[in-house]
Every structure is written in C-alpha cells, then in structure tokens.
Design a protein around this ligand. Sequence first.
Ligand SMILES: [Zn+2]
Length: 437
Amino acid sequence: MNIHFHGAAHEVGKSCIEIVTDDGAQYLLDAGVKFIQGGVVYPELLEHINKVDAVFLSHAHMDHAGALPFLEHRKLNCPIYTTRMTWKIANLLLEDAYHIAQLEKLHPAYKKRDIRRAARDVKEIDYDRDYRTPDGAVAFRYLNSGHIPGGASVLLELEGKRVLYTADINTQETLLMVRSQLAQEMRALGVSDAAPLDALIIETTYGNREHPDRAQTHQAFVHAVEEALERGGNVLVPAFGVGRAQEVLLMLSALPSHVPIFLDGMARTIAKLIVAEDDPYVRKRHALAEMLRRTTMVTRATRTQVLSTPGNVIVSTSGMVQGGPSVYYTEQMYNRPDDTIILTGYQVEGTRGRSLWEDHLFYRHGTALPVTCTVQKFDFSAHYGMGAIHDLITDVPHKKLILQHGDHSALDAVATFARTHLTSEVHVPYNGDVITV
Ligand SMILES: [Zn+2]
C-alpha cells in the first residue's frame, strides 16, 4: 500500500493522510482544515479526489475534522468511522465554524446541509473493539488517545499489514482525561519485536519540549487564582472550549464555595455535552456535573453584568483570546490593575493571547494598548512531551516510523533521536510525499 500525506506534514494543521491499497481502495485518516489569517485552507487532495472508501476520524478538533463537510459537498458520501463523543463535539464545532465563516464573509467551501449529510454518514465506533469495513478489507480498532474527550488513536490492518496512527495523544493523566497507554495496548494486541507494526505514524507537536508536571501546574494554577482574588479584582481564564475549559472548572472546585464562577462561550455547550455522555475515558464526570451546578452560565444578554462586581472568576473561550467572549472580557479588564488574566495553554505567535503574555499589549481594532492588569500563563497541554514521545517509539516495535503534525524543529529533534536510538526506518514526509509500506 501507499501512504500519501496531504496535510500536517512539516506543519500543524489540515491533518489528512490517504492510504491507497494495491487494489485501488482509498481510505482517509482525518480530513482537517488549517485556519490562516483571513481564511481556511483545505488539504489539496480534496479538490480532485473522486472516491473515498472510508474516513477514520481520530478526534473533533477542526484541524482533523474540519474538511468533512467538503467531502460531502463533493458528493463522495463515504462512511465516517468515529466515536460517539467525537462526532457530537465535531458537529458543534463544524456548525460554529460555518457560522463564523459566514459572519466574516469567508465563503465556506460547502453548504450547511453538508454538515447534516456528514452526520448521516457517521458510523459510531466504541473504543477497544475490533471492527471491519463491510467488504472485510480493513480491520480496525479505536484506542483512547487521552487528548480530548472522544479522541482516539487508530489501529488499522489491511493487506496483511498493521498501521498505527496515534493522532494527537497525551500520555499524562489530566483531571478530565484518562491518559493514553498505547505502548501497553500494542503489546496486549500482539505487537512485539517478532511481530512489529508495519508503520507507526505519530504526532510530534512537542518533539523538542518537555511539559512541567501536571499535578504541580494544577496546584500553582489554583494558587494563582486565589492570589488574584485577594488582589480584589476579577479573574478571567481564557480556555480552549474542548477539554481545557472543563478541566479548569474541575481545578476551580478547590475554591471556597462562596467564590462566584462564570462559564461563557462554546465551553458551556461542550461542558454540558461531556456531562451528558457516558464516555469511558472521561474522568470525574460527576464532579464536573457538580461544578456546572455551582457555575453561572453567561449568555450574551447577561454578559455585561458579570464584571459589575469584583471577586468573580470567569472561564471563557477562546483560549488564545482570538474570538468568542474572552475578547469582550479582555477589552473590559486589560487596563484594570486589580484584575487578572490567566492563560491556560500554548499561545500561537500572532494571537492576542501571545501579545498579552509576551508584550503586555492588547490589540483592539489593530491598535496596541498597554496592559495594566496582571497576566499569567500556565502550561496545560493536551499533547505528550518529548520524553513521552521517545518512550512511545522505543516501546512500540515497528518497521517504519513516520513523523508528522509538528514544526521543523520538533520533527528534527524526534528524527535525530529515532535515528540514533532505533533501528527502524525513519520518514519525515512533506505534503505531497508518498511512502510505500
Ligand atoms: Zn487535536
């Protein structure tokens, strides 16, 4: 078989890997988009592909799922295999992305009905069960990835070969997610030095960086919120809507019950969804339900009231202050010395969050305004770090190692480690490259 890379090769964004068998069957691992300044980029393949036999969708993030309605728009209607939670979240995010694209006159490449069509093609998959495509050509299994609710690594067996696609994974347990234990799972499924995987395709987002200890970061975060409240102002916690915001809520359960906590934006809808679904790899669902009862849900109508009194904690999307209500709150708070903004994840260069943290500037309508509130940042990541990547590729026997979903320096660092310590063939493809397995 040939594995074609149409996105996320030497970049992060528009994940889309195509497997073409010797019989001419075509399968996609993810179909994502990449958001750039003023637009959306699709994997090039999707413009001219005429047939897809199945899509194996790893998780709901738009850089993995955002192009699915475009496949429907091109009338390729193929089965989309994914977990129930992933589709529920992806559906929400796709509708939100479509809405935003229309508001910003970005002309989405598909119609709203294509999202409904994708929904009809979804085949729900349970974790840890063996499945086969109807024609029997592909055996597959979804394994917990620990990345976000619903997220999975995908093991495929076709033409007598086994391919593992980690997708985005996290091997550190978080308050919300059970960690990925891929190495142990592969051993249990019979992967060994004598029977290695034919190809191991991994993400390398943090290939050259380590994360701090999760539990310690958690303690430091709660302490920072307590200190911020003692300063007498309000506290804004911008957080990614899927996973991070709910994890933050769980952390905030350590605060005394008289501290008012508010939840705003997409994080609100996703939190309700996570509580409503019985996903086996989501931890502390009941504690999250308890926190939702304690939390005041903010709507557009009640938003202006939230900052009228001090002593409140507001959790809101987006995590990089690029859109959503966190922009509104920042606009109100950036010049109030008693207030605090606590960032909870990586801030991409060029985002408002990055400028707040690095330059102490808030960009409003293109004007840079000096920030006088306190800004802090904590490294909560949903991806495994450098050491965990090394452990995984050392512990899972494989013939070919394929590195993707990382920037140049992250890919280089993992490739150097692999070439020094392992005997497998190491590939670092570019978009458009083909690897024969
Ligand atoms: Zn992801």
